[in-house]
Write a new protein. Structure first.
Length: 81
């Protein structure tokens, strides 16, 4: 066993009239995604973080940084009354 967590983005989403949600989007090509030490990775949370090309990359690539983007949709449930 190793002490590492897979690469991920953590989200906390709130909107008036809806239940708040906190979740993660895990990077598909991370070496630890299949061996998370806290077992929180589920297949529906794994995403491909695609390297940006052209205008999507903006100034960051001109500064020799890699920019990636990911699609992750959130669906919030209405508040329970």
């Amino acid at each position: 066993m190793h002490p590492y967590r897979p690469a991920r983005l953590h989200f906390s989403v709130e909107a008036e009239g809806f239940q708040a949600v906190a979740t993660d989007a895990f990077v598909s090509d991370c070496g630890y995604v299949e061996r998370d030490v806290v077992f929180s990775v589920r297949s529906e949370l794994i995403r491909d973080f695609v390297v940006a090309r052209g205008r999507r990359s903006g100034r960051a690539v001109r500064r020799h940084r890699t920019v990636r983007y990911v699609r992750f949709d959130f669906v919030l449930a209405p508040e329970e009354r």
